[in-house]
Design a protein around this ligand. Structure first.
Ligand code: PEP
Ligand code: MG
Length: 580
């Protein structure tokens, strides 16, 4: 039995057999062969191609039926590479000439192909590099007799153990089978962690070496409450965790009792409690946990796992579904926020050294106005089916906000000319997640109908701490004096201009931090649905006047540790009573 400590990012306790994902390349040895071995090597290669093709067709079918046809399209590109005659003939002719094992020859050719693709001055072809590498890895796996399940092929319950998980891989996970995950890298606000919370599956990240220490089939316990992973637990530990799991389930059920109630403090101050979603299908959990609206719909997830952009019609259908299912409740649709740790093969975004600070989100949309306008048209068309608001991410400069509004006005004019209905007074919000926007929020507030503070990015940019890097996760401090001052300032500036200020970053899901935010005057907290009941209970257990005093005291303190310690000392009894 081994115990590993990491960062708890999604609560709950589960145990199951491990499925270890191979994210790193397989090591291929160079082995000389005899002339007489050549036919056998060719036969092995053909066999591997046939197996790979069958696997891909299977996965494509499974994804199309279980997750949606649009998610399966990525495999069409893989199938095309598999059928490329030039590639196949090159492998066979080099086999004959060089007399080396086929996996070595093939991996060498794949290496050359991907290098060549990445250097081509055509963004579409450049983007195909990752497809070439993916398919290469799969064929080599089959040549080496490795039969690996992929996330889409799993047929029974597993805990996924991986070096890393991209948001697109996480989006492919079927919650029915993947009941938890553990990764070497990542931080509390990396998007795989955020997805785990949305999917309500326990997860621990930042475990550093877990993917090389666990073997397929090992029994793994994921303790997402305490950030612990146990490999091959003994009987006693397993039964302790079974009891913990039951207790946690009962606790979650008790919490849901507040779902019909408002998030009103003991002295009568009400906060809007909304949920964050990535897909329209998340609405079930949003309604189950009693959200008052959607404070952040991360629409970029619709663009992941795609080889072409989602069309206006596809987007319209998704936004309409969300609008209709939420009825009168507000729904904030955030426009495309690609980049950072969210990439897609359908957009020609170059790999950047500093992707979180690069050509992303609104910066991308303001250049690719074709992509932006398609999304805005879909949002506006859906706006008559519910209570929609639109919000722009990563605003760092007033001109970006003004330009985005101008493009929205053009879209509205086009729709008018075409006689298509929309809500002409749809509220327009700006995310405050870049320090420049926070510091100049007095200026930005005059141009927005509401603010939503994106604490995930605001903390990363203000403290210069990469939100996905586990090595510096200890520096990622929501209670840093700089952060609490900055947030308080943004709320005050928004209120001076009579606009609503919410927070949709993960900080809002921490009950103590939520109390601090309430004390600062925040109007709305938008968090993963599963966290709503706990935060609601805390808000219902405090007085606004006490929360305000707490803020005053915290502002006198000088370090994040002092602020957190002070919050603990004041709020622990309340938090403990909630857990009863
Ligand atoms: C944020 O930055 O706080 C936020 C809510 O957006 P995302 O996590 O998608 O970057
Ligand atoms: Mg953000």
């Amino acid at each position: 039995m081994e115990k590993h400590y990491g960062i708890a990012v999604s609560p709950g306790i589960v145990f199951a057999r491990a499925l270890v994902m191979e994210s790193k390349d397989l090591v291929v040895k160079k082995v000389p062969i005899d002339e007489t071995d050549i036919p056998r090597e060719i036969a092995r290669f053909e066999d591997a191609l046939t197996k790979t093709r069958a696997e891909l067709l299977n996965i494509r079918k499974k994804i199309a039926s279980e997750i949606g046809r649009e998610h399966s399209e990525i495999f069409n590109a893989h199938l095309l590479i598999l059928e490329d005659r030039t590639l196949i003939e090159e492998v066979i002719s080099r086999l004959r000439e060089e007399k080396l094992n086929v996996e070595y020859i093939f991996s060498d050719i794949i290496e050359q192909y991907s290098r060549a693709f990445s250097q081509i001055d055509d963004s579409y072809l450049k983007e195909r590099t990752s497809d070439v590498k993916d398919i290469g890895r799969r064929i080599i796996g089959n040549l080496m007799g490795r039969k690996k399940e992929t996330l889409a092929e799993i047929k029974d319950q597993v805990v996924v153990v991986s070096h890393d998980l991209s948001p697109s891989e996480t989006a492919l996970m079927n919650k029915k089978y993947v009941i938890g995950f553990a990764t070497d890298v990542g931080g509390p606000t990396s998007h795989a962690a955020i997805m785990a919370r949305s999917m309500e599956i326990p997860a621990v990240v930042g475990l550093e070496t877990i993917s090389s220490e666990v073997l397929d089939g090992d029994i793994v316990v994921i303790d997402g409450n305490n950030g612990i992973v146990i490999v091959n637990p003994d009987e006693e530990t397993l039964s302790e965790y079974k009891t913990e799991e039951e207790k946690f389930e009962a606790f979650v059920q008790r919490l849901d009792q507040v779902k019909e109630l408002a998030a009103t403090t003991l002295d009568g101050h009400t906060i809007e409690l909304s949920a964050n979603i990535e897909f329209p299908s998340d609405i079930d959990s949003v309604l189950l946990h009693g959200a008052h609206g959607i404070g952040l719909y991360r629409t970029e997830y619709m663009y992941l796992n795609k080889t072409v952009f989602p069309t206006e019609e596809e987007q319209f259908m998704a936004y309409k579904t969300v609008a209709e299912r939420m009825g009168n409740m507000p729904v904030v649709i955030r426009t495309l926020d690609l980049g950072g740790d969210k990439f897609t093969s359908s957009l020609d975004m170059p790999k950047e050294i500093n992707s979180f600070m690069g050509w992303r989100a609104i910066r991308f949309c303001l250049t690719r106005t074709d992509v932006f306008k398609t999304q805005l048209r879909a949002i506006m068309r859906a706006s008559v089916f519910g209570n929609l608001k639109v919000m722009f991410p990563m605003i760092s400069n007033l001109s970006e906000l003004l330009k985005a509004k101008e493009i929205l006005a053009e879209v509205k004019q086009d729709l008018k000319n075409e006689g298509i209905e929309f809500n002409d007074t749809i509220p327009i919000g700006a995310m405050i997640e870049v320090p420049s926007a926070a510091i100049a929020s007095d200026i930005f507030a005059k141009e927005a109908d509401f603010f939503s503070i994106g604490s995930n990015d605001l903390i990363q940019y203000s403290l210069a701490v990469d939100r996905v890097n586990e090595k510096i996760a200890y520096l990622y401090q929501p209670t840093h004096p700089a952060i609490i001052r900055l947030i308080k300032y943004v709320i005050e500036q928004g209120h001076k201009c009579n606009i609503m200020v919410g927070m949709c970053g993960e900080m809002a899901a921490n009950p103590s931090h939520a109390v601090l935010l309430v004390g600062m005057g925040i109007d709305e907290l938008s968090i993963s649905a599963a966290f709503l009941p706990k935060v609601k209970k805390v808000i219902r257990s405090i007085k606004l006047s006490d929360a305000q005093k707490l803020v005053e005291e915290c502002l006198k303190l000088t370090t994040s540790e002092e602020v957190s310690g002070y919050l603990d000392s004041k709020l622990l009894p309340i938090l403990e009573s909630i857990e009863q």
